[in-house]
Write a protein that binds this ligand. Structure first.
Ligand code: SF4
Ligand code: SF4
Length: 436
């Protein structure tokens, strides 16, 4: 490779990595808009949970067909990237197939076997991508054809599948036209038949050009993909791991107490109790009205959402035609974070833009449709907890804004007056036991 190519490679690589770091910092800044929450208990269980759910994709198995094709793309993504390491080394050193001589040692063609394996994976990934496109656009699986995904989310999913197809094709074309690879005499399962069919009669110079174009296409494609990730739901390939590690270990139905309420009750019962002081400028809040009232874990959840819709397809409220979609709750939370982040980048008002997650991004009707059943939490392949966000927003509506459905308002009044949700005086409680 010429010196000019090496310099071009280094500059493109450095620019791509710098841009990626800048965008990751913005995402971290957005996640840190959330409230502090210390999660460091029971680390062995957390590692186990991460290995099973994130690495082992155990929850995907509930739907075996997409699980099978997802695993192909996932394994392909990890293993084929080993070949990308060689592409990077070649780019930095100006060499070609750096690992070939190192790994094809003493007559044992380890390098060739690895490339042959990657080629098979490439084809499987291509098949998986076409299956996923089929499911989205031809068989129209309801959770993927849902209006939740209208606009950018649907385009995003399609762009990623198309990008995978381009990257895999470029890799196979590069291997097929690569004279150095084919002249090892090894029978590669994909590139050798392709070479025989397409490139056998082409001059070595032309083959070299085809390899170079495919090499650059693959490299630039990967760097572009890297920089696209922070703007895409596909960032879950990174965030799924920490998100599952930090996910709740307690039983799903166990709700958190509100610290502000607990402190007030403690102060009422025990005059010697002093609630922890608020930070300067901080006001006591109940529940969450905006993203800064949620915890950073809630916000990490939103960035980790794969928009797969498994939660919504299991949600009884959604199934019975209510407005609620737990997937949309996560997408709206992410949209709000992104809008606040963009405003901060533009030196705008940020959180003080006159909007809030509650009401402007998520409506009261959606929130009150939730039955708190936890089906969405159970269904989520990356242990996201939409219910926790729903509960925090509802707490704010009730305790800060005194807004709630009429049926609930009646029950609340009864609890306040009668100590029970029914309209009977406490004095009449034992009437049921009176003999007539
Ligand atoms: S907890 Fe709420 S949002 Fe989740 S599945 Fe049940 S009803 Fe739907
Ligand atoms: S919350 Fe989980 S189940 Fe729901 S769309 Fe996101 S990743 Fe899928």
């Amino acid at each position: 490779m010429h010196l000019v190519s090496i310099i071009a490679f280094v500059l493109i690589f450095a620019a791509a990595v710098s841009l990626f770091v800048i965008n990751i910092r913005k995402i971290l800044r957005n996640i840190n808009l959330g409230k502090d929450q210390v999660i460091n208990d029971n680390t062995p269980a957390r590692w186990r949970q991460m290995v099973l759910v994130a690495l082992g994709q155990s929850k995907m198995l509930a739907r075996p067909i997409p699980a099978f094709f997802h695993v192909i793309i996932y394994v392909g993504f990890i293993l084929i990237n080993i070949e990308v390491i060689e592409i990077l080394v070649d780019g930095f050193t100006g060499s070609h197939r750096t690992f070939m001589d190192v790994l094809n040692f003493d007559g044992f063609p380890l390098y060739n076997i690895a490339i042959a394996f990657f080629e098979v994976l490439c084809v499987l990934v291509l098949i998986a991508c076409f299956v996923f496109l089929y499911r989205r656009y031809i068989s129209k699986v309801p959770r993927l054809a849902s209006k939740d995904l209208d606009g950018w989310p649907r385009k995003d999913a399609t762009y990623i599948l198309l990008a995978e197809i381009v990257l895999m094709t470029a890799l196979l074309v590069m291997n097929s036209a690569d004279h150095a690879l084919q002249s090892t005499g090894f029978n590669f399962p994909i590139s050798t038949p392709l070479y025989n069919a397409l490139f056998q009669d082409i001059s070595e110079g032309s083959l070299h050009t085809i390899v170079l174009v495919a090499w650059w296409l693959h490299l630039v494609g990967i760097l572009a993909y890297l920089n696209y990730l922070p703007f895409s739901k596909h960032f879950h390939i990174v965030l799924a791991f920490p998100n599952v590690w930090y996910a709740k270990l307690t039983p799903k139905g166990q709700f958190t107490n509100m610290e502000s309420v607990t402190n007030e009750v403690k102060a009422m019962l025990d005059p010697s109790f002093t609630p922890p002081p608020l930070a300067e400028g901080e006001v006591m809040k109940f529940g969450a009205k905006d993203v800064n009232d949620l915890s950073w874990k809630n916000l990490l959840d939103a960035y980790s959402c794969t928009e797969c819709g498994r939660c919504t397809s299991e949600c009884p409220a959604n199934q019975t035609g209510k407005l609620l979609s737990p997937r949309r709750i996560m997408m709206a939370t992410r949209d709000r974070m992104e809008d606040v982040g963009k405003s901060l980048d533009a030196k705008g008002p940020g959180l003080a833009d006159g909007k809030t997650l509650l009401y402007d991004y998520i409506s009261a009707e959606e929130l009150w449709a939730c039955t708190s059943c936890n089906a969405c939490v159970q269904a989520c392949p990356v242990n996201i907890d939409p219910l926790n966000i729903i509960v925090e927003l509802r707490r704010s509506m009730v305790m800060e804004d005194s807004k709630m459905p009429d049926a609930l308002a009646g029950a609340m009044t009864n609890i306040e007056n009668n100590g029970a949700p029914w309209q009977f005086s406490p004095a009449d409680r034992l009437n049921w036991a009176t003999e007539n």
